[in-house]
Design a protein around this ligand. Structure first.
Ligand code: FAD
Length: 572
């Protein structure tokens, strides 16, 4: 549709949302429900629930490479090919390196999903609430600025999100990993239950919990209203779920927003910058480049939600230059793009465990047990030589299914083979908190442009000595726990991966109380341009240990309702 020639009114809305992924979908839902005429500007193509999941029903023999990625694809796209979820059946939902260049001053594996729904189609759906200790920790222990909000302020928004999304988990009653509004959890395997018993007995204060994830283990009326069905534990999630059993923008928030009659989605719309109006002291809209025709147009609104995912939101803010903000929108203190943090996934352990050969389990459960941190939980431990914490995810599975895949047998022989008693393997990985430091940053290239004429992003993000100590601690204490549970053949592994592959990047436009040290206030508003809200990972002042998207959603819902209130009062 060529709307460039149409009147300005046709491009004027109450609200603009940039990006239709996990956080943008929530902004659209909340703003539309509050009666605001909202346009979502999305750089990727349309992806409609069910209709546009081309491989959702494919078996391995329907796929060109049985699900694998051929070498020439890996050679052309070495960055995205490192992502475990990138394969023959999912690759259409991942950005190809060659099409969207950026500059790695330090290696950063930037994994992106440019389509309607963003990475909500390809995320792993795990998530846990932050606790009050996570918000208080960085300032209390001296590795970050003070968060301008508390757990109690966010808790009702966590509840709102979990109820609508459908979040499975067990009520564990821990104040350092608070319970949510849970649907029934996926069960643990017999070996996981065994490890839980042994670890909790041998290490008081350590807890092995059921995984918490955005899957419908039970369909409540609110999910039926979204036309979503129960999870079948097929574990084909990364292709898009035809049941809508896991949460994505495509199956949930966007169709919900559409039903209000207030939503417009424009795809193939690359937001180049936010337009600042010097006279009003507010943003008036955004400048868009059509992804296909490269035609430039503008859209206008009273409020703008920036949800392009952490690094792209930084890019858009840095590229929004005006007389008032020559270094990027809201960047009076020069800190825009700085204090990027991420999750340290480098450490992992594998082991075998005897004594369960005759036991099995049903289905391909889409989650794993977790252990909240047992280091620096309530404050810095006197005997711990690093700052921050780590969460552990682990699983124990029968290796029989792997034998099946590798087997030369087919049909009944294969079935019989995998039905034989088999051995069990244990896998354990860390999700470590990295400390947000000034040096870890992104900035715009002065010389290199992308195919749309937008400056390329330079990534300059690395591990610190603190991260190395954290890895060592995890590898040692993880091995101790597996050993206590009777595990054998324990192998400790540091895979040396680059930052980025965790896909949990945060920061650059962090929230804070003081405009001298932060970009956003306690409502996610740019301090000096109050009608621009940034509610994706860019807003985060620290990363904690939890999978982050649940917190992005809760912050977005909270900010969107605040924005609607303020607009109604004439304050924006
Ligand atoms: C394999 C994988 C596993 C993951 N597992 C988990 C997990 O278990 N738990 C968890 O919490 N998180 C997980 N994540 C991370 C999670 O996907 C992100 O945290 C989440 O999607 C971020 O939401 P967002 O709205 O910020 O960005 P996205 O969902 O990425 O959406 C951003 C949208 O903005 C669009 N956009 C970008 N630039 C522009 C522009 N200039 N103009 C217009 N539109 C633009 C993009 O096309 C995209 O649609 C995982 C990610 C991947 C890929």
């Amino acid at each position: 549709m060529n709307i460039n020639g149409k009147a300005r009114e046709n491009r004027t809305f109450d609200a603009i949302v940039i990006g239709s992924g996990i956080s943008g979908g929530w902004a659209a839902k909340e703003l539309c429900e509050r009666g605001l005429k909202t346009i979502v500007l999305e750089r990727g193509r349309p992806v409609k629930h069910r209709k546009d999941y081309p491989t959702a029903g494919s078996d391995p023999w329907h796929l060109d490479y049985r699900g694998r990625i051929p070498q020439d694809d890996i050679d052309r796209n070495p960055i995205v090919a490192r992502c475990y979820a990138y394969n023959d059946a999912t690759k259409h939902f991942f950005v190809k390196d060659e099409e969207h260049p950026y500059i790695q001053e330090k290696r950063f594996d930037w994994i992106r999903g440019y389509q309607e729904g963003g990475k909500s189609l390809i995320w792993a759906r795990q998530g846990q609430r932050w606790s009050r200790y996570d918000f208080e920790g960085p300032a209390r222990d001296g590795y970050g600025i003070e968060w301008p909000i508390t757990y109690d302020e966010l808790a009702p928004w966590y509840s709102r999100v979990e109820t609508f999304v459908g979040w499975s988990g067990n009520k564990d009653g821990l104040d350092h990993l608070p319970d949510g509004e849970f649907l029934p959890p996926f069960d643990m395997t017999c070996v996981e239950k065994h490890i839980k018993g042994k670890v909790e007995a041998a290490f008081p204060g350590r807890h092995v919990l059921h995984g918490r994830c955005a899957h419908l283990t039970e369909v409540k009326p609110i999910h039926r209203e979204q036309d979503r069905g129960q999870c079948m534990a097929r574990y084909l999630c990364y292709r898009g779920c035809p049941y809508g059993a896991y949460f994505s923008s495509n199956s949930s928030t966007l169709p919900w927003a559409e039903k209000t009659g207030n939503l417009t989605i424009r795809t193939h719309a690359v937001v180049e910058s936010i337009i600042y109006n010097e006279a009003s002291g507010k943003a008036s809209g955004v400048r868009v480049i059509d992804a296909i025709t490269k035609e430039v147009s503008e859209y206008y609104a009273e409020i703008i939600f920036l949800n392009a995912a952490c690094l792209n939101s930084n890019l858009i803010l840095l590229n929004s230059r005006s007389n008032r903000f020559p270094n990027g929108l809201g960047n009076d203190n020069g800190l825009l793009g700085r204090y990027i943090a991420f999750h340290n996934y480098r450490g992992s352990l594998t082991a075998t465990i005897d004594g369960f050969e005759d036991q099995y389990y049903y289905g391909r459960r889409p989650t794993q047990p977790i252990m909240p941190s047992y280091r620096n939980v309530y404050s810095q431990d006197s005997d711990t030589d690093f700052q921050g914490k780590y969460l552990i995810a682990f699983g124990a599975a029968r290796s029989g299914w792997q034998r099946g895949v590798r087997s030369e047998n087919i049909g009944i022989d294969l079935k019989q083979e995998v039905s034989e008693p088999g051995s069990w393997g244990v896998f354990m990985m860390m999700q470590g908190e990295t400390v947000p430091i000034y040096d870890n940053h992104v900035r715009l290239s002065e010389t290199e442009k992308d195919p749309w004429g937008i400056p390329q992003l330079i990534t300059s993000v690395d591990y610190t000595a603190n991260d190395e100590k954290l890895i060592q601690d995890f590898l040692e204490s993880g091995a101790e726990m597996i050993e206590a549970a009777g595990g054998k053949n324990i192998i400790q592994n540091d895979d040396g991966r680059a930052p980025g592959l965790d896909i949990h990047e945060i920061g650059g436009a962090r929230m804070g109380k003081d405009p001298a040290t932060s970009i956003l206030n306690n409502w996610n508003q740019v301090h000096n341009c109050k009608n621009v809200f940034v509610t994706d990972g860019a807003c985060m002042s620290s990363v904690a240990i939890q999978n982050p998207s649940l917190t992005f959603m809760a912050l977005t819902a909270r900010a969107a309702n605040y924005a609607a209130d303020e607009l109604a009062k004439g304050n924006l």
